[in-house]
Structures are given as C-alpha cells and as structure tokens.
Design a binder for this molecule. Structure first.
Ligand code: ADP
Ligand code: MG
Length: 458
C-alpha cells in the first residue's frame, strides 16, 4: 500500500468513527435501552464498513492505480500498463490509458531507431563532422574527424570549439559561418605522419523553426587524392610538352637551315633530312606510347581476354626483337613452354615482351646476352627477362615505372626511348591483376619478372 492510500484509509476510518459517535449521541436521545442502542450502533458500524469497503475497492483503488500508471508514463516509462480488470467508466479510462501508453512506446521505439540510424550515418561518414551550438560548444564529433585530428570525442564534446580545435582555418570557418549565416568553404593542409594531407572544410549554419541561428555543422573532406591527381596531371602535361618540344625544335631548326641554302649541299642535305626523319620517328613513338597509355587508362577493365599460346606470341615478337639484337650482336636465349596456354589479352602480352626486350637490348652493351623465360608457375605464368647490361642503381629502381622517368635521359633518347615503356608494362600487368618485380645490380645486369594469373576473373 502506498503512502497516499494509507492516508486515505486513515481518513475514512476517522470519518467512520465520527459518523458512529454522532449517530450514537443522536440515538441516545431516542433509544433509552442501552443494549438496543449498542446493537443498532454495531449493525450501523458493519453496514458502514461494508459500504466503505465496496466504495474503496470499486473507486478509490482503481483511481489510485490509474494515477500511479499516469505518473510512470509522465516520467517516461512507456512500458507501464494498468493490469487490474476494471469495469464501468474507470475501466474505459484504463483501456484508453493503456492504448495511449502503447502508442507512446511505439513512438519512442521508432524515435530510437531513427536516432540510431542517424548516429550510424554520422559515425560512418567518410567526411569529418562536427556539430557546434550557437554558443560555440561542441556537441558531436564523428570517427572520421577523430582519425583526422586525433584525441578522443571526450576531448572535444562539451568544450568551446576555440579551446579544443587547434586549426586556425577551422576557427575562421566557424566564425564566418556564424557571421554570414550561410555556407562557407575553405581549403587547408595538415602534416600527418610526415605526409601532407589536403582538406576541404564546409561550414553550414543551422536554423530553428523561427529562423534563428542555432549552431553550425562543419563537414571536412579529405581531398588529398584529388590534389595528388591534379599535381600528377599537371606534371604529365608539362612532361609531354617538354618531350615534344625537343624534337620539334630540332626539326624546325634543320628545316630552316635547309631552306636557308643547305639544300644545295648534297651531304648536308642528306644529313639534315636524316635528322628530321629520326626526330619525326621519335615524335611518332611518343604519340604511339601516349595513345597506348590513354587507352589503357580509359577502359581499365576492358581487356580482350582470350586463350593465349606462348609459342604463337613468341613467333610474332621474336623476329622484331632479333633484328634489333643482331645490330648490337646481342645473343638472345629463349626458354619457354611453347604449348603453355593462359588467359590474357594477346596484344597486350606482346607489348609487355616488346617493351621489356627492347629495354634489355637498349641498356645492354654490344655482345651481351639476354635470356627470356616463359614458365608455368602454379596459378601464374611467369615471364622473366634477364640481361647482362648496365643495371639500375638502388636509388633509381623504385622510380623506373614512373612516366617519363629515365636514369640517364640522353642514353634513353639515343636508343629511341620515350620514357613510357615500363609505365605501359606496369599498367598492362595491373589490368591483368598480375605483379611485376625487378632485380638489378649496377654493371652486372637486370632481371624483370612478370606474373600473370593463368585465369582472368570475369
Ligand atoms: N633492362 C634495363 N637495364 C637498365 N636500365 C633499364 C632497363 N630497363 C629500363 N631501364 C631504365 O628505366 C628507365 C625507364 O624505362 P622505360 O620506361 O622503358 O623508358 P625508356 O623509354 O627510357 O626506355 C630507362 O630510361 C632506363 O634508365
Ligand atoms: Mg623503354
């Protein structure tokens, strides 16, 4: 029994006693026989007690139960229900309260689900997020933000943004968002683990229903990859222009000399025309290689996979290569499983062989040896090109697959290289989901290993 109920019981008991005393005093005037008076009073007491019990059970207890349940609902316990069976209008009231409680608990469940979904989205967003109220206190920081700026959410939440966020650019963004009450965007960079990361920050004001500023959301994007790509693209354009400029200047110069009268000297004419011819060939090679690269990049996954027979590929590539090798008296030894068949893009495999073998010839002095091996190695086909050439230094080795990187620019140019051969090889290996490795020792020679999976995934 709760406190309220016991108070009521005491109250009712006192009322009962009061009625008995009053009626006893009143009856005492009429009834003179003491026994009769006592009997009447006892009967009256029993009747009143029964009436009181009935009244208490039928009205007071249910109303108390209803009040108790309502109190619990008001405190947010939406699972609370009235279980006591009741009749009449109180029964109807309790049914309605129960259904109200059910609706409230359904509503809170769906609210909880929505809140959970929202926090999942915020937490797993690929952008850093910060929520700041109108007074400048931080309310939310997500996981990505922590991964960008370090510390833990406890170090930020509940603090003023300018006390815990060190970056000046973030301060500016918050101030401008509050000042102008519109979207603000800034770029900035950070040094993290010796690496520079580029970030874009967007500040967005939040308004309430009365259009008053309630705070701001900061969204921080990591744009390092885009930035690097932009730098690469700029470098690439600069490199291509530079590579084209040299032969074009040379062609222009010799053509001018010829026009200025050198055409009348047969020897000079022949020599100059030969130079013009060689330089045009260089431009053509460069453009051919650029086209191959751009095609590879354009449709990365679009390789024409067919069964490729090693013997067939060699029959096409070796005559071209042997011609070059003979000029330098270089011996080419071939050790290949000619019947080996694997899935690949045949034209591209030929390109790998051509580029690696051309390099081996270019960077091997006269009378050297080149060995080519194509072998079955479990799930892969292993192509191995070894030479007894000049080798590549340890410092240069990680860079040789970069576009336009050459260890010795003049030497590469003399051999007609474009600086794109290995970049193309690497790209082809990647579109086949393969791997390329290189071992080299200065003055001794170089070995390239290419592994291509025998079966290409769809
Ligand atoms: N077999 C090799 N031996 C020595 N150096 C090599 C060999 N293959 C490639 N290189 C070095 O790697 C650079 C890049 O090769 P590549 O992309 O084919 O361009 P290039 O047109 O200059 O041959 C070459 O300039 C050369 O310095
Ligand atoms: Mg080359």
């Amino acid at each position: 029994m709760n406190k309220m109920l016991s108070k009521k019981v005491i109250g009712y008991t006192f009322t009962l006693l009061f009625i008995l005393i009053i009626s006893g005093v009143a009856l005492f005037q009429i009834v003179t026989n003491l026994y009769v008076l006592l009997a009447v009073l006892v009967i009256q007491f029993i009747v009143l007690l029964l009436l009181l019990f009935h009244f208490f059970d039928k009205y007071v207890k249910p109303i108390d139960k209803v009040t108790e349940t309502m109190d619990k609902l008001l405190k947010g316990n939406y699972h609370s229900r009235i279980h006591q069976p009741m009749s009449g209008s109180i029964g109807e009231l309790s049914t309605k309260i129960n259904s109200l409680a059910r609706s409230l608990s359904e509503l809170t469940i769906s609210e909880q689900i929505q809140a959970e979904q929202l926090s999942t989205v915020i937490e797993n967003s690929e952008s850093g997020l910060v929520l700041i109220d109108e007074k400048g206190y931080i309310h939310v920081v997500n996981r990505k933000f922590i991964s960008m700026f370090g510390k833990t959410p406890h170090d930020y939440i509940g603090y003023l943004y300018y006390d815990v966020l060190e970056n000046e650019q973030i301060h500016h963004t918050v101030q401008e968002t509050f000042l102008y009450e519109k979207h603000v965007k800034h770029l900035f960079s950070l040094s993290k683990n010796d690496e520079k990361i580029y970030l874009e920050i967007v500040g967005a004001p939040i308004f309430n229903e009365r259009n008053m500023l309630k705070g701001a959301v900061l969204v921080i994007y990591d744009i390092t990859e885009f930035k690097n790509l932009e730098v690469m693209r700029k470098d690439f354009v600069a490199n291509v222009s530079h590579e084209l400029k040299t032969p074009i200047t040379s062609i222009k110069g010799f053509a001018e000399t010829l026009l200025d009268g050198a055409e009348n000297d047969p020897e000079a004419r022949k020599q100059f025309l030969q130079i013009i011819f060689d330089e045009s060939k260089r431009i053509q090679h460069l453009i051919d290689d650029l086209l191959i690269l751009s095609k590879l990049e354009k449709d990365e996954s679009a390789i024409n996979v067919d069964p490729v027979e090693v013997g067939f590929v060699l029959d096409e590539v070796l005559p071209v290569i042997n011609q070059h090798a003979e000029q330098k008296k270089i011996d080419i030894q071939v050790d290949a499983d000619k019947e080996l068949i694997f899935e690949a893009d045949e034209e591209k495999i030929k390109q790998i062989l051509l580029n690696l073998l051309t390099n081996a010839i270019s960077y091997t002095p006269e009378k050297g040896t080149i060995s080519l091996a194509i072998k079955d190695s479990e799930e892969n086909v292993c192509i191995q090109v070894q030479d007894t050439g000049i080798g590549i230094s340890k410092e240069a080795l990680p860079r040789i697959f970069e576009r336009f990187y050459r260890v010795d620019k003049d030497r590469s140019r003399d051999t007609g290289g474009t600086g794109l051969g290995l970049a193309i090889v690497k790209h082809i290996v990647e579109v086949h989901h393969g791997e390329i490795k290189v071992e080299s020792e200065l003055g001794k020679g170089t070995t390239f290993y290419v592994f291509i999976p025998k079966e290409q995934a769809e």
